[in-house]
Every structure is written in structure tokens, then in C-alpha cells.
Design a protein around this ligand. Structure first.
Ligand SMILES: [Zn+2]
Length: 327
């Protein structure tokens, strides 16, 4: 019996040991499983977080791409507008060049100006055209009675009434009475003389630079002695007063008291600007052109300085009104 108890105890002991081993193994496996599960859960969570972050980054990048695309569209549109503006400026410059070419050709500057830059070409053309415009304003030019036939020239002739061979100091224009007469240049009215003899009703205009013009056989005056007139102003009307065979205008031009042939002055215009210099040798044209040239150059320089000053004033940054208004 003793043996049996001992044997039973041994058996129990063995059986407990086995159960303990199995349990230990089970718990070990369970622990490992739990560990694996925890690790997997953590890994899945990590992956999820990472995916979410990536998604956010993708969204951000997509937004940036959209913004860049919009910005690129704006830049492209701006670029297109700028290109169109450049093209317009180029066309304007071409037209400007063409106009300067035309102007130079009218002014007789020809090819000699072509090598200069645009600014110098414009300045030269401006001075040249201003000199010409000034001369045409100051020195008698053009017909005093436009579109009226010239019937008698300057020089010695047999007088139609006295039949004597005499110098004819002017031109006769066959204008019917009442034809308007216009000042051929700026002037002061030296005389407005009414008479029934000789030159009849006569106006004497005193121009700049030693030139004088006279208008005889007039019917009526539109100006008084001492009055200043501009080129083109109506000074009176033609008639048949004084020693005259019929209505006409007797027109004279004097330089320093000496009568000149008015014909080159009547024919003088921008297209044949130089011809008068050869046709009228009694005037020192070179000296006159120098004087008018320096006068005009000074005016252009002044105008250009005024223009620069205006430009600078316009482009100056505006002062802060808050600062200027502070007492
Ligand atoms: Zn005459």
C-alpha cells in the first residue's frame, strides 16, 4: 500500500510537471501571439498615419500645382499683352520713322540725316522746320490775293496810262474790286493812306528783318496805322482807286528801302524753299538764316527744358498727404 501511495504520488508529480510544461508553453504562445498582434496593430496604425500624411501632401501638391498653373496662365496672358504692346510700339516706331523720312524729304535734309539716331534726326528736323516756319511767318511769302491772275510783272515797261517807259516796282494782280487781301507775313501797319491820286488807297506793312510790303489802288482797309497783324490776317480789299486802268492790286516788296521783284516771294513755299536764295541776291540770306537759326534753336532748347521739367514733375513720387498735412 505504501508502494502504491508512493507510486501514485510520483505519478501525480509527473502529471503536474507535464501539465505545467504544457501550460507554460500555452502561455508563452499566447504571449507571443499578443505581442505579434500588438506589433501588427501598431504597424497598421503607422501605415495608416503615413498614408494619411501622404494623402495630405498629395492634396497640398495638387493645390500648389493648380496655383502654379493659374499663375502660369496669368503670366502667359501678360506675356501675350506685352508682346502685343511691343508689336504696336514697333509699328508706331515704323510709322514715326516714315514720317521723319517724309519730313526730312520735305525739309530737304535728304540722306545726310539718315545716319543720326532718331532723337538727333527729330531735333535737326525740328530746328530746320522751325527755322522755315519762322521765316514763312516773318518774311512775305505767297499770294496776297490767292488765285488771282498776275497781269504785270516787275521791271521797266511802258506805263498803260502815261505811255512813258518807266520802272514798274511791283506786281499787278487782276482782282475784281472787293477781293480780300491777306498779310503775307507778320507786320505792323506803317501807313494806311487814303488818296485819289497815284497809288490811290495804300497800305504799307513793315515786316521784320528790313522787309516792307505795299498794297495800292485798294477799295477799303481792314486795319489802322500802328496795328500789328499776323500772317494770313485780312488787311483790306482790292479796288480801282488812284491812277489805275481797272480794278487790280499793285503789290510791292522793299528790302532796306529798295524795291525787290515780289515774284520769287509770291512763289516761295516749303517745296521750293531754297530757290529764293538764288533768285533774290539783294538779301544776305545766309546771314539771315544764321540769325533766325540761333533764335529758333534757343526757343527749342527752352521748350525742351520746359518739357523735361514738366515730365519730371509729373513723374515725381507723390508725397504722403498725412505727413504734409501734419501741423
Ligand atoms: Zn502796278
Amino acid at each position: 500500500m505504501m508502494f502504491n501511495i508512493k507510486s501514485l504520488a510520483t505519478q501525480l508529480h509527473k502529471s503536474n510537471k507535464k501539465a505545467l510544461l504544457i501550460n507554460s508553453f500555452r502561455y508563452g504562445a499566447l504571449f507571443l501571439l499578443c505581442g505579434a498582434l500588438t506589433y501588427s496593430t501598431h504597424a497598421i496604425f503607422e501605415l495608416y498615419t503615413s498614408a494619411q500624411s501622404s494623402h495630405q501632401q498629395v492634396s497640398k501638391l495638387q493645390k500648389q500645382a493648380l496655383e502654379l498653373s493659374a499663375s502660369l496662365s496669368e503670366e502667359t496672358a501678360l506675356n501675350r499683352t506685352l508682346n502685343a504692346t511691343i508689336e504696336q510700339k514697333k509699328q508706331a516706331l515704323t510709322i514715326l520713322n516714315q514720317r521723319i523720312d517724309d519730313m526730312e524729304s520735305v525739309l530737304g535734309l535728304g540722306e545726310k540725316n539718315k545716319d543720326l539716331d532718331l532723337q538727333k534726326r527729330v531735333n535737326t528736323a525740328a530746328i530746320n522746320s522751325a527755322v522755315k516756319a519762322t521765316l514763312f511767318q516773318l518774311i512775305p511769302n505767297g499770294e496776297p490775293t490767292p488765285n488771282v491772275q498776275l497781269t504785270s510783272g516787275f521791271g521797266t515797261r511802258v506805263h498803260p496810262i502815261t505811255k512813258q517807259r518807266k520802272r514798274h516796282d511791283g506786281l499787278d494782280f487782276a482782282a475784281k474790286s472787293g477781293t480780300p487781301i491777306y498779310a503775307p507775313a507778320d507786320a505792323v501797319i506803317e501807313k494806311a493812306k487814303s488818296s485819289k491820286h497815284g497809288y490811290g488807297n495804300q497800305l504799307i506793312l513793315n515786316h521784320a528783318m528790313g522787309f516792307v510790303s505795299t498794297y495800292s489802288h485798294m477799295s477799303k482797309f481792314n486795319v489802322k496805322a500802328g496795328q500789328f497783324v499776323n500772317k494770313g490776317e485780312l488787311i483790306g480789299w482790292t479796288g480801282n482807286s488812284g491812277l489805275s486802268t481797272g480794278p487790280h492790286l499793285h503789290y510791292e516788296i522793299h528790302f532796306l528801302g529798295k524795291p525787290l521783284n515780289p515774284r520769287p516771294f509770291v512763289n516761295w513755299d516749303i517745296k521750293n524753299f531754297d530757290t529764293i536764295f538764288k533768285k533774290e541776291p539783294n538779301v544776305q540770306w545766309a546771314s539771315l538764316l544764321d540769325t533766325v537759326g540761333s533764335m529758333v534753336e534757343m526757343q527749342i532748347q527752352l521748350a525742351s527744358k520746359n518739357h523735361e521739367a514738366t515730365f519730371q514733375t509729373v513723374n515725381q513720387p507723390k508725397s504722403n498727404p498725412k505727413q504734409t498735412n501734419t501741423p
